[in-house]
Design a protein around this ligand. Sequence first.
Ligand code: FNR
Length: 184
Amino acid sequence: MTKKIGFFIGSLRKDSYNKKVAETFSDLLPEGYESVFVKIDDLPFYNEDIETPEQTPTEWTRFREEVKDLDGVIFVTPEYNRSVPAVLKNALDVGSRPYGQSVWDKKPGLVVTASPGGVGGFGANHHLRQSLVFLNVPTLQQPEAYIGNITNLLDEDGNIIQGTVDFFQTILDAYLDFAGKLNA
Ligand code: FNR
């Protein structure tokens, strides 16, 4: 059966480098896998007051159903002020509730951060990992994916250069192997 891999992108920017990175990973998925780009920009900010059958936003419900159906979760995000962009953190929070019904539980995870800066989003990468520990998302540890100086890794058409694509393939192969063992 086809395995569904969800992509969560921490940037809403039309020409986002992280979106390009996520699309490149998606293109590298082998046969038997399907990519799902999960929409997170329409999720109302998490608020426990409206976590009631009458008031739960339809966007929260749609998001939770979509994540529940995934076999793996790949986060591709920029670093904002050395941490996780709010839109992505909100998505983590929405998926984590109601209490005891988190849709993240046991989903094999991969964290990729990309930045025009040299540190490659290290701060966001590790803040995100901190939340994923609590959410019980077993996350690939090696190889790590801090994609620094991203503007130097694009060709004239804005596509990721081959050497970097090869590195992505190595990461993806390790992730699918890891996820496959957990899903088995
Ligand atoms: C940034 N940027 C940034 N970069 C970085 O390496 N570390 C950081 O802490 C920050 N902080 C930060 C805060 C805010 C509010 C913005 C808007 C930007 C720069 C960021 O890496 C750059 O804008 C990327 O291009 C964003 O990723 P996308 O949108 O290209 O995927």
